[in-house]
Design a binder for this molecule. Sequence first.
Ligand code: CP
Ligand code: NVA
Length: 303
Amino acid sequence: MKKDFLSILDVNKTELDEIITGAERLKRQKRAGVPHELLRGMSLAMIFEKSSTRTHISFEVGMHELGGHALFLNAKDLQIGRGEEIRDTARVASRYVSAIMIRAYHHSTIVDLATHATVPVINGLSDHEHPCQLLADILTIKEHFGDTRGLRIAWVGDGNNVCNSLVLSTALTGMEVTVASPKGYEVAPELVSQAQGLGGKVSLAKTPREAVKDAQVIVTDTWISMGDEAEKEKRLCAFHGYTVNDELVKHADPDARVLHCLPAHRGEEITGEVLDGPQSLVWDEAENRLHAQKALLVRLLKK
Ligand code: CP
Ligand code: NVA
């Protein structure tokens, strides 16, 4: 049976541990110049409906380093851009490639693709989740703190796709997540209940300051995700007071670290001082997309 990775909950605790350990090993091997062509001869189709820097580069380089090949496919240039059904693309692409990674506006598009593909499908970001980002974030947190269990994490900002994956991941990692979002932009209550029902520790705070109190990690993301551009002005107003700045970080644990999946908007959700400052782990976080996704690809594809 093929395995997909559409949600962070598509892996269990053991599988997540194995992916993170695998990523650490692949990172060491790359640094030491040890070849690790575990996917020689395999191909990954990468379908993008939206822009990408990190996801595109890290998957393409990752497949190359694993001895395989990646194809960048802009959805507009495929026949799906002219109305071909996603299920037909899924069936046909499955005859050519070993796996498909897709970044789509609607999560339902990814589910549709996965339902009809006979090869593994990876969610490279949808409106609902960004599970690959969470693999990199968990790897980054583990590298820095040694363990994820019991760590206090604050999410400050939009209850968006990355927030959803973070909240769900508490069921696997033992991290305790507190979310502060402005009214109208909160994480969906069903999602919080889902995480809690699986043993995840999630709470909601009324203000960013309440969320970051004693937090060991502060996470934020853009206030205007891809697809939300029409609401730009409304969102800039609604998120006033939610900037992760030096003043807010002072209320966290003195050794707290800051994560942001990038791209960042200095002066909006985060200040340049914090993003580029000593408590920021964002560049390691971005690098770790590569190592974490290589481990994911090996897990999904190696016989
Ligand atoms: N964090 C992330 O997914 O970045 P890109 O949009 O550049 O891929
Ligand atoms: N929440 C952002 C993440 C970008 C990587 C978006 O969906 O645009």
